[in-house]
Design a protein around this ligand. Structure first.
Ligand code: COA
Length: 254
């Protein structure tokens, strides 16, 4: 089955959502966002499904973040975009069933955020994690809310303000991922973990997830939604985005 640009596969009690726009490194296009939303909804509504897995398939990316080619700079459009994209990035938190991200390759920007919004992250040894938005004159909207809880405030700032990517091993050390596995074993290891969770009592698992996630959302997310349209209105963000699309280095004027 396919929703938008996401393949949806049922394997027993597990739903596997594979992001599938490899030519754009699975960037969060409208099709990918639609696929994630509809795929998670289908998994939530299917009583047989106990665990959801996000992955990026056999290409070199899990997800390269927001679709830069689709940016519209009008204030209304950026506000709408932030509302939509933050909802998608938080879907691992807002859906009731456990979500595991199997990070097969590049997890950048929104891809990194989709992963940290999940309950558990398993990384291939080929994975790379990073929040490079600063090079576009932007910030990672979901990560500015969540990343400090995971890696600490200072490291969150270092990652967000330099945009430097990190290896899978470093991601485990920083508790962004729970473990790193050989690339070829990624889905085998992910499915073994998913099946283990799927074998536990449904309501206990659901309550466990809800209990750990208590208090997420709220004021900070509203702040992120409001802050990003402000950046989209700056000349430097226009320059950062235009430079990426023109495959050149940006010249920021501050
Ligand atoms: N949105 C839209 N398209 C993207 C994309 C994104 N976030 N990331 C990559 N792509 C596209 C590229 O434009 C390119 O398309 P083309 O073949 O039509 O030119 C294709 O995916 C392959 O990417 P390319 O940049 O040529 O590969 P690379 O190996 O030289 O670089 C990255 C890989 C990930 C370092 C680079 O693509 C990148 O910096 N992407 C943006 C990451 C980012 O800033 N994410 C946060 C967005 S807010």
């Amino acid at each position: 089955m396919r929703f938008g640009s996401v393949n949806y596969e049922k394997k027993g009690k597990i739903a596997i959502l594979t992001l599938d726009e490899p030519s754009k490194l699975n960037a969060l296009s409208a099709g990918i966002r639609q696929g994630i939303r509809e795929g998670v909804k289908a998994a939530e509504e299917d009583d047989q499904i106990r665990v959801i897995v996000f992955t990026g398939g056999s290409g070199r990316a899990f997800c390269a973040g927001a679709d830069i080619s689709g940016f519209d700079f009008s204030p209304e459009a950026t506000q709408k975009f932030m509302d939509d994209v933050l909802g998608v990035l938080a879907i691992g938190e807002t859906c009731a069933k456990p979500v595991i991200s199997a990070v097969n390759g590049l997890a950048l920007g929104g891809g990194f955020e989709l992963a940290i919004g999940s309950d558990i992250v398993i990384a291939s040894d080929k994975a790379k994690f990073g929040v490079p938005e600063v090079d576009l004159g932007l910030l990672p909207g979901f990560a500015i809310v969540r990343l400090k809880e995971i890696v600490g405030r200072q490291k969150a700032k270092e990652l967000s303000l330099t945009g430097e990517p990190i290896s899978a091993e470093e991601a485990v050390r920083l508790r962004i991922a729970t473990r790193v596995v050989p690339h070829d074993d990624l889905m085998k290891e992910t499915m073994a973990l998913a099946e283990k969770i799927a074998s536990k009592p449904r309501l206990t698992v659901a309550l466990g997830k809800a209990a750990y996630n208590r208090g997420l959302g709220g004021e900070e997310m509203a702040y992120a939604k409001a802050a990003m349209p402000f950046l989209f209105a700056t000349e430097d963000t226009r320059e950062g985005v235009t430079a990426f699309l023109e495959k050149r280095k940006p010249v920021f004027k501050d």
